[in-house]
Design a protein around this ligand. Structure first.
Ligand code: SF4
Ligand code: SF4
Length: 156
């Protein structure tokens, strides 16, 4: 099930303390570190985003945001998409959105496989069934989706 990032930028708005620029080593080139894993990485601003990156007025209003984040029309984008840290590349805020059979949105399963919902029926059904999921399975995402469907929900 493909995750479709909407490029809303929400996940990067508090990453300023986690993605650090150590020093600028060339035009649009930076030595960086990923603080949570202690991993250094080389970042180069994507060629098609250099004008965006040079525009700093917006980012100065968001001191907690990652320094590489910029608005681009209605989207808020990573300007080092090609060279961003591995955990950025693999991050997905949402694996599934969960709906009732009449397409009412009920909640999400996040990238950490946690269900977030304010629907009490879904919450208690999930709590009863999640114990039956093999979390070590290589196809755990399919198992979660199967489980939600068996409970009568739409997961997509
Ligand atoms: S991963 Fe999620 S929160 Fe982050 S930009 Fe994409 S849709 Fe937004
Ligand atoms: S490097 Fe890009 S994806 Fe990672 S936190 Fe910064 S803006 Fe977000």
């Amino acid at each position: 099930m493909a995750f479709n990032c909407k490029q809303c930028g929400t996940c990067c708005m508090h990453m300023g303390d986690y993605i650090e620029i150590e020093r600028e080593i060339g035009p649009f080139e930076f030595e960086c570190s990923s603080v949570s894993t202690g991993t250094p990485f080389f970042a180069m601003v994507d060629e098609d985003k250099r004008e965006l990156f040079l525009e700093r007025a917006w980012i100065q209003g968001y001191p907690s945001a990652c320094r590489f984040l910029r608005p681009d029309g209605v989207r808020v984008v990573c300007t080092i998409h090609k060279t961003s840290a591995p955990q950025c590349k693999f991050y997905r805020c949402v694996v599934f959105r969960v709906y009732s059979q009449n397409r009412k949105f009920l909640g999400t399963v996040t990238g950490t496989y946690a269900l977030h919902t304010s629907d009490k029926e879904l919450q208690s059904a999930w709590e009863r069934r999640e114990r039956t999921i093999n979390w070590d399975s290589p196809d755990v995402e399919d198992r979660i989706a199967d489980c939600l469907r068996e409970l009568g929900y739409i997961a997509e």
